[in-house]
Ligand binder design. Structure first.
Ligand code: DAU
Length: 334
């Protein structure tokens, strides 16, 4: 099985490469990644010499470049390449529209022209917009509220339109918030964990009562693996755990694990258009494909905090250079 992972040097893509190489002996993986600020080959240092793995630097926004890889023949394309950070999309949406929409268009065209058997598009629960009560199901209307979510929603629509119009074999997945090793320290879990290690306060937006649903990386990898093997083309699958907490609750858990106290919480100006709550109904993937999450949140969080503690060099490389100021002040930039 030859699998093309786009965005494989990022957090989720690199976790997926590790997962696949560990699970399957006969797999061949091509990692196609532009190496933007969030893509980091350090994430794959331990497997870089594995004969089943190849890295190609390139941009999905450049059709020739991505098509030259797809046209050599792959069994499946899994697209992790994306701009993913909501705050950055509020600062400047351009890269989001380019990578998240034009990049997906190029992939769909390439998959279609080269008769690839399956493409999996990694997307988000944010396309459904804020869900104050109840849960989002796959049939719900999209109500994206940030430039990031709007770019993902556009790409999802494009995927479905390609399936309807050209029979392009694509599957869309909507996932809740990920956490785990190798996540770039701009998202809540790695940002707060690493700041607390060094004795800095953590910026909680607004009142901290926004609700998010969380999934550990390994569980997300197993969901995508299940969908890649058993998912039906043209379908959408929600991937969730049902574990929903407020940002403040999760902050308190990280505070405890890092040995700090609540004086380290700093309430700061809220994110513009901040979605109050997300909640996914993930019955479809559970009943139709037999997947379920295995990792309990507290266990996953402990593993994650331990990983950041044990990998200070990785962190140092992330927060040095041009990212240094951003890491210190990102919440002031919004
Ligand atoms: O829901 C899935 C989505 O989860 C993914 O599609 C996105 O790519 C991913 O970035 C994530 O979006 P969020 O905006 O939920 O993740 P983030 O870690 O940025 O924020 C989680 C919550 O914590 C959110 O309500 C905003 C809040 N927050 C975040 C940061 C970075 C803070 O209160 N302070 C912070 O400094």
């Amino acid at each position: 099985m030859k699998i093309l992972i786009t965005g494989g040097a990022g957090f989720m893509g690199s976790n997926m490469i590790h997962y696949l190489l560990k699970k399957y002996n006969d797999v061949e993986i091509i990692n196609f990644d532009l190496l933007t600020y969030a893509g980091n080959l350090e994430n794959l240092k331990d497997i870089e010499n594995d004969s089943r793995y190849t890295f190609i630097k390139g941009d999905i926004v450049d059709f020739q470049s991505i098509n030259s890889v797809v046209s050599q023949g792959v069994d499946i394309v899994i697209n992790y390449a994306a701009e993913t950070h909501v705050d950055r999309s509020i600062l400047d949406a351009k890269a989001f529209l380019s990578t998240n929409i034009m990049g997906v268009y190029n992939l769909l065209e390439s998959v279609r022209k080269n008769n690839i058997k399956k493409m999996v598009q990694i997307s988000t629960d944010e396309v459904y917009g804020a869900v104050l009560e109840g849960e989002s199901v796959e049939e719900d209307v999209f109500r994206p509220r940030s430039p990031y979510a709007a770019s993902k929603a556009s790409a999802d629509h494009l995927c479905h339109s390609y399936f309807t119009t050209y029979n392009t074999p694509v599957i869309v997945t909507h996932s809740v918030n990920f956490y785990g090793p190798y996540q770039f320290p701009e998202k809540l879990v790695p940002l707060f964990t690493t700041k607390l290690f060094t004795g800095e306060k953590v910026p909680v937006y607004g009142d901290g009562m926004q609700v998010r649903e969380w999934i550990f990386t390994e569980d997300h990898c197993s969901a995508i693996d299940t969908i890649a093997n058993k998912g039906e083309v043209g379908e959408t699958y929600n991937i969730g755990t049902g574990f929903r907490v407020t940002n403040l609750e999760i902050t308190k858990k990280i505070i405890k694990l890092t040995g700090r106290d609540e004086s380290y919480v700093e309430y700061v100006k809220d994110r513009a258009g901040h979605d109050r709550r997300y909640a996914l109904n993930s019955q479809k993937i559970r009943t139709k494909l037999g997947w379920k999450p295995e990792v309990n949140f507290d266990t996953g969080l402990q593993k994650t905090v331990d990983w950041y503690k044990n990998n200070p060099e990785w962190l140092e490389k992330c927060v040095s250079g041009e990212y240094k100021e951003y890491y210190k002040n990102q919440y002031k930039l919004r």
